[in-house]
Write a protein that binds this ligand. Structure first.
Ligand code: ADP
Length: 683
């Protein structure tokens, strides 16, 4: 029998359990129903009624079939049966329109109370569902963003192992996510960069610091691309280190541009080095040797040389200039001549056929002898074609290993060959010019000596003529003087005639002597020109008076044409001498009743004086000799007196007075002699 105390204890224990259950239910559920097997709501407890479709007290003692549409009611009844029959908690999720009009999501749990009753615990999960959905959507968005980002993104855990790589990464490397996980992705790093990248990454990792590294990563197409990788450490909210997140950019273009700039700079530096050497003032051999030494370093080869001549048709060739590494001594002794064998001929032909460097990748196949003897594995050659010489050949040998040449190296080699060509052209041209100058200098010196000899001979001749004339004049005067006395005193007709012959011949001889004396004075430069302003009309008048007797004796009419008065600048005596010579010639080489006329006309700054005759004229073939000394053009065979000196003196004198002299003539028609003398410029 249960005592009252027991009943009290049981009651108090029941009360306690009931309170506990209620408290528990309040914390987990918004609504608790007790529903019997028939579907009648028997009891309820509502923590928050705001989210419910209807107030729970409306359901009390009503059946689910009355409250809900039949389908839903059937569903609930089946859940109640299932939980009571199986004594299991049955879960059920559903949606229902809320009092507010919006659709709410609910989660119900059916739990057996006894064979007739079930407990239904309901939670409004609308907000939770929404939040979960939002989270999922945001995660999806983030995933999309990260996957589609142009950067290669990765995540690593606290052990620095790759745990996630975005789609961009996977597309770049052409690998699956599984393939990249852990440290396997590092296999795609270029072997040369792997260690540097790993070290930089590890030291940043040890310090939990962010890092930036550059390395080459193998792309899906098998080529390597340059990557700039930035890693940033990640920490949990509580500050615990949880790994890294990183993003990478493909910087291949930038790297290539940078590489190109570096290559270009190196190219220019190397070219500058060689250019400076070539521009030095040392002798040509030294300059070329220095250039070959520079090439040895620039191209990191074992031998650099110049071959001469680069001509397949010669019998021998040599290597005049060569620079070598100690391990691979000179292939060719200085100055030694080598036969132009078929092998070498082929190389020479190859070089001459191209403007670009020619590469013999495997010399052993091409010229086995050369390759064996001098250990040449690979060579690069180019023809050097100076303007003033046969072609040369420039070449480099690689002996330690075979070598592949990149384009910029070939371009540099070609440019250096161009510079060497210029240097050779200039230097050889200079050498040639120097030789020519030397020869010309010697010739000039010889000419100067010859001229001096000729001048001194001429001076000696003039001196001789001058002296001789003086010496001859004195006895001549005595001969003439005594002959004249004899002529006056002697009455014998025959003797008188003979004496007159002596006198005529003597006068002619004296005239000849005087003219020779005159000429020698002109030639030796002893004549001094005394310039005065001369009135030409007056001067011609004087000449006419002096010549008139001669004209009369030749029965030649002598006249002066009308012209204005002109003043000229000349040595009056010398000019008169010239005019008298021209006029007397015009009279002498005239015919009976011939005419001699004197005329003047200005011509720019000169006065042109013409002596015109209609005498015998001068034939064309003799005209070029008219001013030649002692040349009488056949007149020596005639009775006309003369020496052949007058016109030669006239020309010298006129030129001394800054004028000129000329003539034109026709046989049997006559001759015009003209002179031009500077006009006096009135102030
Ligand atoms: P020459 O003393 O013989 O006259 P010139 O030197 O004065 O010497 O003249 C050279 C030659 O030119 C003359 O011998 C003559 O044959 C020719 N000659 C000069 N003037 C005339 C002229 N007016 N007409 C024809 N022949 C002339």
């Amino acid at each position: 029998m249960e005592t009252q105390a027991d009943a009290q204890i049981r009651q108090s224990s029941f009360d306690h359990n009931s309170l506990l259950s209620q408290a528990l239910l309040r914390t987990v559920a918004d609504l608790v129903f007790q529903i019997d097997r028939q579907g009648f709501f028997r009891n309820y407890q509502a923590t928050d009624k705001t989210h419910l479709a209807a107030s729970p007290e409306n359901f009390l003692n009503r059946s689910v079939s009355e409250v809900f549409p039949s389908n839903f009611a059937q569903n609930i009844l089946s859940k109640i049966d299932a939980c009571i029959d199986n004594d299991k908690v049955i879960q059920f999720e559903y949606e229902m329109e809320l009092a507010t009009g919006s659709i709410g999501t609910f989660e119900a749990q059916f739990c057996k109370i006894d064979n007739q009753n079930a407990l239904v615990i309901i939670r409004n999960t609308t907000l939770y569902k929404k939040a979960t959905q939002a989270l999922l959507e945001s995660e999806e968005k983030f995933r999309h963003m990260v996957n589609d980002a142009p950067a290669l993104i990765w995540i690593a855990d606290e052990q620095n192992r790759g745990t996630w790589f975005n789609q961009t990464w996977l597309q770049y490397t052409g690998h699956t996510l599984e393939h990249e996980l852990g440290n396997r992705w590092t296999q795609s790093i270029h072997p040369h960069d792997r260690e540097t990248a790993a070290t930089a990454c590890q030291s940043a990792f040890d310090l939990r610091e962010s890092f930036e590294i550059e390395f080459r990563l193998k792309r899906a197409d098998g080529n390597y691309g340059w990557i700039a990788d930035t890693g940033i450490p990640r920490f949990s909210e509580s500050g615990r280190f949880i790994g890294y997140i990183g993003y990478c950019w493909d910087i291949t273009d930038r790297k290539q541009a940078q590489l190109q700039i570096e290559l270009d700079q190196q190219y220019l530096k190397n070219l500058d080095t060689v250019s400076r050497i070539l521009a030095s003032t040392e002798n040509l051999d030294q300059v070329l040797e220095n250039a070959m030494c520079a090439i040895l370093d620039i191209f990191n080869v074992d031998r650099a040389w110049l071959l001469y001549p680069c001509d397949p048709n010669v019998k021998t060739w040599r290597i005049p200039i060569e620079a070598t590494r100690p391990d691979f001594p000179g292939a060719f002794a200085d100055g030694a001549e080598f036969p132009m064998t078929e092998d070498v001929k082929q190389i020479v032909v190859d070089a001459l056929a191209s403007d670009m460097p020619v590469i013999h990748q495997f010399v052993s196949e091409l010229i086995p002898d050369l390759s064996n003897q001098y250990q040449v594995k690979t060579q690069m050659i180019i023809a050097v074609r100076p303007r003033e010489d046969a072609a040369w050949m420039m070449g480099v040998h690689v002996c330690a290993n075979t070598r592949t040449w990149i384009y910029s190296e070939k371009r540099l080699f070609q440019e250096i060959a161009n510079r060497i060509t210029d240097t050779l052209s200039n230097r050889l041209l200079t050498q040639k010019l120097e030789r020519e100058i030397e020869i010309r200098k010697n010739t000039e010196e010889e000419l100067i000596i010859a001229k001096e000899i000729a001048e001194s001979a001429s001076r000696a001749k003039s001196e001789f003529l001058s002296r001789m004339s003086h010496e001859l004049r004195t006895p001549m005067n005595a001969i003439l003087g005594f002959a004249q006395i004899l002529s006056i005193k002697n009455k014998d007709a025959l003797q008188h005639e003979h004496i007159n012959e002596i006198l005529d011949a003597g006068k002619h001889l004296l005239e000849l002597i005087n003219e020779v004396l005159d000429l020698s004075k002109v030639e030796s430069g002893k004549i001094k020109i005394n310039y005065t302003v001369v009135d030409i009309r007056k001067l011609l008048g004087d000449c006419q008076r002096l010549i008139q007797p001669l004209a009369d004796s030749h029965q030649v009419n002598l006249q002066i044409d009308d012209f204005d008065a002109y003043l000229i600048v000349a040595d009056e005596i010398r000019l008169k001498q010239v005019l008298l010579n021209l006029i007397s010639n015009a009279v002498k080489y005239n015919r009976k009743h011939g005419l001699v006329s004197l005329s003047c006309k200005p011509e720019q700054h000169f006065l042109r004086v013409e002596v015109t005759d209609n005498g015998i004229g001068i034939s064309k073939d003799k005209q070029s000799d008219i001013f030649t000394l002692f040349e009488r053009l056949g007149a020596e065979k005639t009775q006309i007196e003369g020496t052949g000196i007058g016109l030669a003196i006239c020309k010298e004198l006129i030129e001394l007075m800054h004028g000129d002299i000329g003539f034109h003539s026709k046989v049997d028609k006559g001759t015009v002699f003209w002179i031009r003398i500077p006009l006096h410029q009135k102030a």
